[in-house]
Design a protein around this ligand. Structure first.
Ligand code: DOR
Ligand code: ZN
Length: 342
């Protein structure tokens, strides 16, 4: 295939940060996607409908002139979230979900939940008003091996949570393991987002010829059998699986550091990365549903009507994303891609 035209896609898991970085990264996403679920892990986090409204205004102000883009907002769940905030969030219409981070799990997760059972009253309210729960599905226990943290989270916390709240709609975010695929397939009212890096790479890339911080994200890349399971799920056509880049910009110096930050920057070339992954298993015919249909269907939103086109051509990913002051290194910087969005 030399040309691929599909319905305009959306990104169902995205970090756009704030301030100058927001202005830098948002145009990259706007080029590729019509809507995005915006992660609330700012410093301080987006905890209330008022926070989300103000953040949404700042995002809208950063949309390049003449472009159409809709930020879909989320709230950051804490030990102290009031169930009333969920009712207000539903009424706002622009808050589409609530994000659970285990305290300390990842970037700006210090305000996260210390014990998931503390939030049962909030989950009750979410189930009642049909507000989806988005989960960073990893335990944070330092004694659990970093490669097992998703699997242990599912066993210890997610299966019991699902039993307590069978009708609460959930998205297990950025899944990385065959365990997550199995859980999602078996559970009612549960979907999952999948990033480009977890489709394209296994953990060997982290140490190829030396340590490679730009491939470090959380949940961390897993072994090849897990990558295969996640790729199979993404390309299966099953509506439980949809696109969420988890594009997470950090400046070059905070990645290339003795204690580097977690996050891969893919907003610049996300669709091209997904196209390569789907093509690798001869499943380009499944890309449109994964990127453009399953997400809005889960979130009960209308599908986009416009189209994008990608063509088969070789180009080199820049060493640094354009228009950045601090140096933002895209995923697979300097390497060749075989698809290009027109
Ligand atoms: O790699 C990651 N980066 N994983 C997350 O969960 C958070 C994200 C970020 O915000 O940088
Ligand atoms: Zn994320």
């Amino acid at each position: 295939m030399q040309k691929l035209t599909i319905t305009q896609p959306d990104d169902w898991h995205l970090h756009v940060r704030d301030g100058a970085l927001l202005k830098t990264v948002l145009p990259h996403t706007v080029r590729q996607f019509t809507r995005a679920i915006i992660m609330p892990n700012l410093k301080p986090p987006v905890r209330s409908v008022a926070d989300a409204a103000a953040y949404r205004d700042r995002i809208i102000a950063a949309i390049p002139a003449g472009k159409r883009f809709e930020p879909l907002m989320t709230l950051y769940l804490t030990d102290n979230t009031d169930p009333k905030e969920i009712i207000a969030a539903k009424a706002s219409q622009f808050v589409k979900a609530v994000k659970y981070y285990p305290a300390g799990a990842t970037t700006n997760a210090d305000f996260g939940v210390t014990d998931i059972r503390k939030c049962d009253r909030v989950f009750e309210a979410m189930q009642q008003v049909d507000m989806p729960l988005l989960l960073h599905g990893e335990v944070t226990d330092q004694e659990v091996d970093v490669f097992d943290r998703e699997k242990v989270f599912i066993e210890k916390h997610l299966i019991p949570l699902k039993l307590r709240f069978p009708n609460l709609r959930m998205v297990l975010e950025h899944i990385t393991t065959s365990d997550a695929v199995k859980f999602v397939l078996a559970a009612n009212n549960v979907a999952a987002t999948i990033t480009p890096q977890h489709l394209l790479f296994n953990r060997n890339i982290l140490f190829k010829g030396g340590i490679r911080p730009h491939y470090y994200c959380l949940p961390i890349l897993k072994g090849e059998e897990h990558r295969q399971a996640v790729l199979q799920a993404a390309t299966s056509g099953n509506p439980k699986f949809f696109l969420g880049t988890d594009s997470a910009p950090h400046s070059r110096n905070s990645k290339e550091n003795s204690c580097g930050c977690a996050g891969c920057y893919s907003a610049l070339h996300a669709m091209e990365l997904y196209a390569e992954a789907f093509e690798s298993v001869d499943a380009l015919d499944k890309l449109e549903a994964f990127a453009s249909f399953h997400g809005p269907d889960f979130y009960k939103l209308s599908r986009n009507t416009e189209q994008i086109t990608m063509i088969k051509t070789t180009w080199r990913i820049p060493d640094e994303a354009p228009f950045t002051e601090s140096g933002l290194v895209p995923l697979r910087a300097g390497e060749e891609m075989t698809w290009k969005m027109t």
